[in-house]
Design a protein around this ligand. Structure first.
Ligand SMILES: *Cc1c(COP(=O)(O)O)cnc(C)c1O
Length: 463
């Protein structure tokens, strides 16, 4: 029977068919009703869209089986853990940085029990949620003051609203960035109520360009880290120190949207272009904003560090309440920041930094182990080869990070099909395809991931 909207049965009628009645007994009435309603709505919209829709036999066991599958799918949690075999260490679509066990413990503690989130234990009076972390951030960055919000986008928005609403913001044409997920700096400036004054050109902006644009409406010179692209060749931009000096002379502020917050020098790992927050503060920037879940390696958060009087303005701004950080993230961020202090070693204890700094030999050994396990499980076409991993989240190391990948082929299954099977595994495995083969990059795979990867392949060959 080809589709016609008037041939669709009423929901009530379906609920009285024996097969559907047995679903209600097996699951529940409300879940069955929801699944039926969704199924009817889908059929109706297919018919309306003119798709050639063949209506099911509504009293058949095939139809009730499909509804049962739908109910089971609805019962499965949607947000699940996956294995990041992409080689992109900070993968925004896969949840950015995995967190340190210390941080997870701290998050669990404040999630389960009451805490002194906004309670001063010394006086017994109301306290501030900002107090737990401010001195720590100041210690690690050299800033006078700091405050934390929900994410870096909120940090930039709050900073601009509080400093520049109704005034103008001067920014270089070479730094009007877009990052994934519809964050475009010019649009954020507009949303803050400020007017953008673009200066310079895509490849060259001089100090004199900024100087010429400053007038009585100017509140801020905005610098942003061009983290996800690179302009090479005939380029120039003024030094941060010179911009800070100019801002000082003209009595305007210098603010920097940094994106990835790096607290220690990562140049030994090819990340020499990622500015360290302490260097930015010491060059005289008034406020700098950066993310908690990029290279810093903590939970989603936006950190604003800088001059005391400006941070005080942000803390008391009406928008603060709308963008404030929650207690679980705050606990995770505090615990992550403490790992940058003795006796801890951030390069070992913070997972993103450990992945970034892992010696190639260690990664190769992990690859050899996975290859051996896969062969042991009956996957014959497995090899270990050199690969290039990426930091992700905008940070561009010079030529990618040297890595090792395990490549796998299964007879009769294309690379596209294999990645689809691996995504459908109990613990989904997300790899990449290169030259028609599936690669599992060992820089982002942990030893503890190996059994689940092997199980995913076993499920593929079992059909
Ligand atoms: C990532 C990034 C942001 C946004 O940070 P979120 O924490 O995702 O909100 C802003 N600016 C720059 C330069 C970035 O790289």
């Amino acid at each position: 029977m080809t589709g016609n909207a008037k041939d669709l049965p009423a929901l009530e009628a379906l609920l009285n068919t024996p097969n559907i009645m047995s679903l209600i007994r097996q699951f529940s009435r409300s879940e069955t009703v929801t699944a039926l309603r969704n199924s009817l709505a889908e059929l109706r919209s297919d018919i309306v869209a003119g798709k050639q829709t063949v209506l099911p036999e509504f009293d058949s066991s095939e139809f009730s089986q499909a509804i049962a599958e739908q109910i089971k799918a609805d019962r499965t949690p949607s947000l699940r853990t996956v294995i990041n075999a992409t080689g992109v260490i900070i993968h925004t679509n896969l949840g950015r940085s995995p967190m340190a066990s210390h941080a997870i413990q701290a998050m669990q503690d404040v999630a389960i029990a009451p805490s002194n989130l906004e309670f001063d234990l010394a006086t017994g009076k109301r306290g501030s949620r900002h107090s737990h972390i401010e001195r720590l951030i100041c210690h690690l960055t050299g800033a006078q003051a700091a405050v934390v919000v929900n994410n870096c986008a909120a940090a930039v928005l709050l900073s601009l609203v509080a400093t520049s609403a109704g005034k103008s913001v001067v920014a270089s044409r070479g730094e009007l960035i877009e990052i994934g997920g519809s964050y475009r700096l010019p649009d954020v400036i507009v949303q803050s109520g400020a007017v953008l004054r673009e200066v310079g050109t895509t490849n060259k902006t001089r100090l004199s360009d900024y100087e010429a644009a400053i007038d009585e409406t100017t509140a801020v010179l905005l610098k942003s880290h061009t983290s996800n692209f690179r302009i090479v060749g005939f380029t120039s931009s003024p030094k941060r120190q010179d911009l800070a000096k100019l801002a000082d002379e003209k009595e305007v502020m210098l603010i920097e949207d940094l994106g990835s917050g790096v607290l220690i020098d990562l140049s030994p790992f090819g990340l020499g272009d990622e500015p360290v927050v302490a260097d930015i503060i010491s060059s005289g920037v008034d406020l700098v904003m950066f993310s908690g879940d990029k290279l810093l390696g903590g939970p989603q958060a936006g950190i604003i560090a800088g001059k005391r009087h400006l941070i005080a303005q942000l803390k008391s701004h009406p928008l603060m309440r709308a963008v404030r950080i929650d207690k679980v993230s705050l606990a995770g961020l505090e615990a992550t920041l403490r790992l940058y202090l003795p006796p801890h070693d951030p390069l070992k204890e913070i997972p993103v930094l450990a992945m970034l700094s892992a010696p190639l030999a260690e990664i190769a050994a992990r690859g050899a182990n996975l290859a051996r396990e896969l062969k042991g499980a009956g996957i014959s076409n497995v090899s270990v080869e050199e690969a290039i991993a990426q930091v992700g989240a905008g940070a561009l190391p010079e030529r990618g990070l040297p890595s090792v990948a395990v490549s796998c082929e299964i007879d009769g299954i294309s690379a596209d099909q294999l990645t689809a099977h691996l995504r459908a595994a109990k613990t989904p495995v997300i790899g990449r395809i290169e030259r028609g083969r599936v690669l599992l990059d060992m820089r982002t795979i942990r030893d503890s991931d190996v059994p689940a990867i092997v199980a995913a392949f076993q499920a593929v060959i079992a059909g």
